[in-house]
Ligand binder design. Structure first.
Ligand code: SF4
Length: 216
């Protein structure tokens, strides 16, 4: 890993050690809780999911309970998040888990990616956050940080689907505790390197940040 990447990586983890956000899906970690948390977080805010996550898990503590429910009942719980099709997707996913995996969340990427509603991002969050596997996470927050700090460029319209950014993210992974690193990266993008008004003046990595130094 080059010096710039090592500087970035070490400082993101250092920042994360005392600044990670506190969410129910980050406690009592199980693959199911991580998977449900990530599916609920799609196109919603953490605050909205925070309000419904515990109720959802209390009602459906395991995939079997969710598979035996019905879409209207699921919708009733997740109503604040909107989208009927989200309730439908959760129901289908739970049935797939029951029918194809005996109600157990797969531990490997090949099977995870075949689950209903699961793409590369969610598959990797399950692997990283529940099994602490050394896999990259790329979302809009991570893309923004890479663009600003490293001046990362992509010629793809949807950068999330650019193989290059996933490879780049992978090249930054620490040898150990990727869960802490990836959580730190996501939270850093939410709290410090925000879309608008990033907190550059107080930023722990500003001395090597391309965006910050170009503004000076
Ligand atoms: S200095 Fe500003 S733009 Fe650069 S990483 Fe920090 S918050 Fe983001």
């Amino acid at each position: 890993m080059d010096k710039n990447k090592a500087f970035f990586n070490e400082n993101i983890v250092k920042w994360g050690k005392s600044n990670l956000r506190d969410f129910p899906w980050r406690k009592n970690i199980t693959p199911y809780r991580i998977l449900i948390g990530e599916l609920l977080l799609q196109r919603t805010t953490s605050k909205q999911v925070d309000d419904v996550f515990n109720e959802f898990i209390d009602e459906y503590p395991i995939p079997k309970d969710l598979a035996e429910s019905d879409v209207d009942k699921i919708l009733e719980i997740i109503k604040p998040l909107g989208l009927y099709r989200r309730a439908n997707a959760l129901f289908k996913l739970a049935n797939q888990l029951e029918n194809e995996h005996l109600g157990v969340i797969p531990k490997n990427y090949t099977d995870l990616i075949k689950l209903f509603g699961v793409g590369k991002y969610i598959a990797n969050t399950v692997l990283c956050f529940s099994f602490n596997e050394r896999v990259p996470i790329v979302d809009t927050n991570v893309i923004r940080i890479f663009k600003r700090f490293f001046n990362f460029k992509s010629d793809k319209k949807y950068i999330e689907s650019d193989k290059k950014i996933w490879e780049f993210a992978e090249s930054l992974l620490p040898k150990n505790d990727c869960r802490l690193y990836n959580y730190s990266l996501l939270d850093f993008g939410n709290l410090v390197c925000r879309p608008k008004n990033p907190e550059c003046q107080d930023c722990i990595i500003r001395e090597k940040c391309v965006y910050y130094n170009n503004k000076l």
